[in-house]
Design a protein around this ligand. Structure first.
Ligand code: FES
Length: 106
């Protein structure tokens, strides 16, 4: 099993409920979302046509790609509807010492 290393990204005050934060992680664009106090992180690249995904509307735990409407589960990156057929990468998120941290498999 691969080790997961957590990296601090921002203070929890900087990512209140309903907000999202866009970062680069090893050159990969990632969006971190705070949905009702729970944090999620997925790749900011839609698997359908590589469009930016992170600006999409969020309904329950689904994010809707702004380009063609594919839906993904923000909890695990699972693809839910066409036109996408592949999951997006998701990252574990935790709060530690007042910081939002993202986990990366090393
Ligand atoms: S780029 Fe996301 S559904 Fe087409």
């Amino acid at each position: 099993m691969k080790e997961v290393t957590f990296y601090p990204i921002c203070a929890i005050e900087d990512l209140p409920p309903g907000e999202r934060l866009f970062i680069e992680l090893d050159d990969d664009p990632v969006v971190i979302l705070n949905v009702d106090g729970s944090y999620y992180a997925i790749a900011d690249v839609c698997t359908h046509d590589d469009g930016p995904l992170g600006d999409g509307d969020v309904e329950d735990h689904q994010i809707i790609c702004p380009r063609h409407g594919a839906r993904f589960d923000i909890r695990n990156g699972e693809v839910l509807t066409l036109p996408a057929v592949q999951d997006v990468r998701s990252y574990p998120v935790r709060v530690n010492n007042g910081m939002v941290e993202i986990g990366v498999e090393e």
